[in-house]
Design a protein around this ligand. Structure first.
Ligand code: IMP
Length: 192
């Protein structure tokens, strides 16, 4: 998911002052388990991992290295977050996949699902490509604000209703490169 927020709107809180929700060690351990599970489920077969830009890029990279099968990569681009934190309810495809998915095993790889609107939309985009099997892997599940039910096959962690950054996830394009996942206190931003 890309954000349309401007980088100048709010002063950034120094990353080290943000509370850690999930450490890099916790993330690595869970991603290794997810990769092992996918390897078992698709034993003897090949896969296409389809990452959702840009947030899922680090997760896809780590997940892929924990999958002991022939796997190729592709990417989808979407946008919807008007101000960087609230889903506008409108999801738009900004980039489709580059290769044919027809008859292939596809895993859609997403950083986080919240309302469920994005994954539901992307699931339909992928189904239109007529894969043999379509599974969804998401690192984080934020169930508190779900608007549309969505079945996700591989979930890393369920988290509380907090806005998180790091490990690929951003606020106005910042913080993506933090190795841990941290909580951004939105009140601090919205108050100013
Ligand atoms: P949904 O459509 O509401 O399920 O939102 C999914 C998308 O919103 C994800 O792909 C993320 O890009 C973004 N998102 C949701 N919650 C967060 C968050 O806490 N931090 C960063 N991005 C988020």
């Amino acid at each position: 998911m890309s954000t349309h927020a401007t980088t100048s709107r709010a002063p950034l809180v120094q990353a080290t002052r943000l509370k850690v929700l999930l450490t890099r060690q916790q993330i690595a351990a869970r991603v290794a388990e997810m990769g092992a599970e996918i390897t078992r489920d698709f034993q003897g077969e090949s896969l296409i991992l389809v990452g959702v830009l840009k947030g899922a890029s680090l997760f896809l990279g780590d997940l892929a290295r924990n999958i002991a099968l022939d796997a190729t990569f592709d990417f989808l681009g979407v946008s919807s977050y008007g101000d960087g934190t609230q889903n506008s309810g409108e999801v738009r495809l900004t980039k489709d996949v580059d290769q044919s998915m027809e008859g292939r095993n596809v895993i859609l790889v997403e950083d986080i699902f919240d309302t469920g609107l994005t994954l539901n939309y992307l699931k339909n985009v992928m189904l239109a490509h007529q894969p043999h099997a379509l599974k969804i892997a998401a690192l984080l599940d934020k169930p508190a604000r779900r608007l549309q039910p969505i079945e996700v096959d591989y979930v890393g962690f369920q988290i509380p209703n907090e806005f998180v950054v790091g490990y690929g996830m951003d606020y106005a394009e910042h913080y993506r490169n933090l190795p841990d996942i941290r909580i951004l206190p939105l009140e601090a931003f919205q108050a100013g």
